[in-house]
Every structure is written in C-alpha cells, then in structure tokens.
Design a protein around this ligand. Sequence first.
Ligand SMILES: Nc1ncnc2c1ncn2[C@@H]1O[C@H](COP(=O)(O)OP(=O)(O)OP(=O)(O)O)[C@@H](O)[C@H]1O
Ligand SMILES: [Mg+2]
Length: 243
Amino acid sequence: MLVIENLHVEVEGKEVLHGINMSILKGETHVIFGKNGSGKTTLLLTLMGFEKYKVTQGKIYFKGKDITNVPMYERARMGMGMAFQRPPAIKGLKTKDILKKIKNVDFSVEDIAKKANFENFLDRDLNWGFSGGELKRSEMAQLLAQNPDFIMLDEPESGVDVENIKLIGKIAAILLEKHKRLKEGRNKSGLIITHTGLILDYIDADKGHVLLDGYLVCTGNPREMFKLIQEEGYERCIKCMMN
Ligand SMILES: Nc1ncnc2c1ncn2[C@@H]1O[C@H](COP(=O)(O)OP(=O)(O)OP(=O)(O)O)[C@@H](O)[C@H]1O
Ligand SMILES: [Mg+2]
C-alpha cells in the first residue's frame, strides 16, 4: 500500500525528517508514537502532499506508484485520506455540503452523520467554532464519506470524552475494515499517531514505530512498545536506537 524510502523533509528551510523508511502492506495498520515536536504530523502532511513540506531526498510510493511529486488532490483521488490533528475551519462552507461533495459511499450524508454522532452539525460551517471533540468527530465523518483506502489519523482521540473515544475507535475500525481478516481481502491500511494509546483498544494495530527528533528509532509490537514507553519513557527507545 505504502512504501517510504529514505524520506528527508524540510519545512520553512529546516530539515524535520532525516531519512525515514517505512513499509505498510495492504490490510495493515501501523501506529506512530513519539515526543512532541518529533515530526509525526510532518510525516502525515508530507504523505498527503502539503506543499509546505518539501521532500528534499527520498521517495514515497502509494499502490506501487511513485507519488513523491504528485499533487494532493491526485493523492486523495488515488485513495489517501487523513484526519488532521488541528483541522482547519472554513467559514461559508456548510458541513453537509463538503460531505456531499466528497461522498464516495452509497449511504446518505444523514446516515454518515448518525454514525459519527454528528447530526446536529450538518448545517453549521465546517469546523467553525466546533469544540475539540466535535472537531475530531467532524474529521471522522468526512473520512466515512470519503472512504479512502489508506487512512491517516493524527491523534484522533486527543481531547475527546470517554464515550466519544469509543465511537471514534469504532469508526476507525470500520474505516480500516477490521471486521475482515488480514488474509481474507482486507483492502484498507492505516497510519495512526497516538500519545494516549487509547485507540489501540479498537484497531488491533500490526506495527508500532517511534519517531524521535525526525528519526524512526524503533519498530515493533505496538502494545509492547506502548507499555515500555509508559513504564520507562522515550529514553528506552533511544537505547533501542543505540543498540
Ligand atoms: N510550518 C512550519 N513552520 C515551522 N516549523 C514547523 C512547521 N511545521 C512543523 N514545524 C516544526 O517541525 C517540528 C515537528 O513538528 P510536528 O508537528 O511534525 O511534530 P509532532 O511530532 O506532530 O508533535 P506533536 O506530538 O506535538 O503533535 C517542530 O519543531 C515544529 O515546530
Ligand atoms: Mg503532531
């Protein structure tokens, strides 16, 4: 689904990612952990094709095609979708209109909103004045409408109340086709950033990665990694990198 080779990324003249390698197979979900400011969001925005994030070295392949220089709208059409850590608000654009425009599924906008506990927001301007948790549900509703093959979630549970974390976890599992077994035709893959690890209870991730200061320092079993980070902090990951 996705191959990242020796990816170096510069933002505003400063190199933030220093040679990332990662490979995500069809049907797999990977999780990224890492301290604030490590470059996690930068990686997702680069994969999505935001122009501010300049690839100075390396390649990104999606579904076998080199997309390193492919524009963002083309990546979205090819099946990439993301939920932002801090989604933009757009005054004058009704939420239901964007959902209709991007909808790639048979069920209605109202059904999508119902799934995301989002019915009361359809007539409001997109993300305008939404609370932290409402923003996250807005992002999930848009992904349900878009139905991408490669799903990137940037801290989907941050700022979300306990009941809605459950809802977001369930939507993530639907998007990632977790009801299908890996070897029985699951077509969706994902890359999810989490600090709290709560999303791990819902999506049964295949691999975890730790990103520190723009370097991928460790890859392994996501649950074991998260437990170690909780117990020993990121210092443990730096040791892993040294070995
Ligand atoms: N547009 C930008 N202009 C200047 N610096 C930027 C820009 N985008 C990212 N950076 C810098 O790049 C570094 C990595 O930022 P990034 O948002 O990718 O971190 P992160 O790992 O997602 O952190 P967090 O866990 O806090 O969300 C930070 O030092 C940040 O200030
Ligand atoms: Mg971030």
